[in-house]
Design a protein around this ligand. Structure first.
Ligand SMILES: NC(=O)c1ccc[n+]([C@@H]2O[C@H](COP(=O)([O-])OP(=O)(O)OC[C@H]3O[C@@H](n4cnc5c(N)ncnc54)[C@H](OP(=O)(O)O)[C@@H]3O)[C@@H](O)[C@H]2O)c1
Length: 435
């Protein structure tokens, strides 16, 4: 049977866009065998027609005119791989309202304006798919939406940013934060301006999208409490190692009776936990639910060809489910409230630098007890004229820990601002700590 010819367009022809075109060329026969369709890039929107491209497009494909895509009735679907909020938001709205299905790799746009985009998709009666927006080649959106459709996923733990994971694993090998970041840039894992990655904003957008899909309620970037890796020092990494743990930037989304909590922060992860073994620029997502107990997906979370493979899988899914009624509408079907920011509970690791004077330990313990933070393990190491207290607590609320830390940091004996990281372990907390 003759293959069905499917003209498609790209918004953007950079790292991902050129990889999509290359992939479609090199795998055209495989795609045809699997789907009976031949996808052909007929237009790609760019800013600069003269720029050199990794995989040059055929003559006449590149354009700087969005109307050449929006007004072409032949184009069956569009993949948005240009990034940014403006003008991308307006472009996608226009395409969806005009009944052109869209695939996007744009996590910030979805996490900030997802509601508008899905409303436009519904208006146009077409699909908006977004697998590539979360962890590139790891098919977590498909798993959540299709494979786990009847499972109540109530907890997600994820290492969803490869740049920061690379930095933290370099620090485990002895590098200081600045050296590790410079190496990440040299290796192409970090942008020249790495702010979105190191501040946790990139991971926060991905966690907002994952929580939205898993919990069926809209979670936007504004609903995510996030902190990055900028204040991590080798002292934290070394302390973690002594306790048989590693520092990781962990996104966690939790659904409980009465609300949800989504946050991103550095955490100490027990070496026996599956997330501790995720090294370098790799990503992993652990899904916990009623029927499945737990599923962990791990793989490359970025890269041109990895992201392109997810973009193309979504394109093929759209073509394969057209007219079948298997529409991927907005994942949201209810409104779940956000829990008050400090209410979530976790065990914590606290690092407190104090003068080495009689009575200091008692004062620190008193501030912890005042906030109902119960100490599971404590060791003290001497430094020149002072001491560093390393504490592992039983479960406490984030709010209580923040308040206790502020009070401890204000004690006259305090040498620097005390820090706390949640601890992630599947063992009993009293088994953690120093041998
Ligand atoms: N790279 C990855 O590993 C990765 C992983 C996951 C998700 N993503 C997402 O994929 C998207 C694309 O990433 P990328 O790495 O491919 O970016 P990129 O290399 O910077 O490419 C962006 C492309 O979009 C075009 N473009 C940007 N703004 C435009 C505008 N206003 N009008 C017309 N064209 C415009 C650029 O044109 P010129 O070429 O003419 O400048 C370029 O071709 C982003 O949303 C990103 O977050 C990327």
């Amino acid at each position: 049977m003759a293959p069905v010819d499917v003209p498609v367009a790209l918004l953007g022809y950079g790292t991902v866009g050129a990889a999509v075109n290359r992939f479609l060329h090199e795998n055209a026969d495989n795609i045809e065998r699997a789907t009976g369709h031949r996808l052909r890039v007929v237009r790609a929107l760019v800013r600069d027609l003269k720029k050199e491209r990794d995989f040059p497009a055929a003559p006449g494909v590149l354009t700087t005119d969005f109307a050449a895509i929006a007004d072409d009735p032949e184009i069956a679907l569009v993949a948005e791989v240009m990034g940014g909020i403006d003008p991308t938001h307006d472009y996608i709205l226009r395409l969806l309202r005009d009944s052109k299905p869209v695939v996007t790799a744009n996590k910030q746009l979805l996490a900030q304006r997802g509601a508008d985009l899905f409303a436009a998709a519904q208006e146009g009666g077409v699909q908006l798919r977004f697998e590539a927006s979360v962890c590139a080649a790891i098919p977590v959106i498909k798993v959540l939406r299709e494979a786990l459709v009847v499972t109540n996923v109530h907890r997600i733990l994820g290492i969803v940013n490869g740049t920061t994971n690379y930095i933290l694993t370099q620090m485990e090998l002895g590098a200081e934060y600045g050296e590790a970041l410079a190496e990440a840039k040299r290796q192409g894992y970090a942008e020249m301006d790495p702010t979105e990655d190191v501040s946790g904003a990139d991971a926060a957008a991905k966690m907002a999208i994952l929580a939205t899909v898993a919990f069926g309620s809209r979670v936007t970037l504004d609903d995510v409490n996030f902190e990055g890796v900028e204040r991590i020092t080798s002292a934290h990494v070394n302390a973690a190692r002594q306790m048989d743990m590693v520092v990781r930037l962990v996104g966690r989304a939790t659904l409980v009776e009465g609300g949800y909590d989504v946050r991103v922060s550095p955490a100490l992860v027990d070496c026996a936990h599956p997330l501790a073994g995720v090294e370098g620029a790799f990503n992993a997502i652990m899904l916990q639910g009623d029927a499945i107990r737990e599923i962990t997906l791990e793989g490359p979370g970025a890269g041109g060809i990895e992201t392109a493979s997810a973009v193309i899988a979504d394109m093929v899914s759209i073509i394969g489910t057209k007219g079948t009624g298997f529409l991927h509408d907005d994942a949201c079907w209810r409104t779940v409230d956000r829990l008050p920011a400090g209410e979530l509970r976790s065990p914590f690791y606290l690092q407190i630098a104090v003068d080495d004077r009689p009575g200091v330990l008692a004062r620190v313990a008193e501030r912890l007890a005042a906030h109902e933070i119960s100490v599971a393990r404590l060791v003290q190491f001497q430094t020149g004229g002072g001491a560093i207290l390393h504490v592992i607590s039983h479960e406490a609320t984030y709010g209580a820990v923040d308040e206790a830390l502020a009070e401890i940091s204000g004690l006259p004996e305090s040498r620097e601002i005390a820090v706390a990281f949640p601890v992630i372990s599947q063992r009993g907390i009293s088994e953690l700590g120093w041998a």
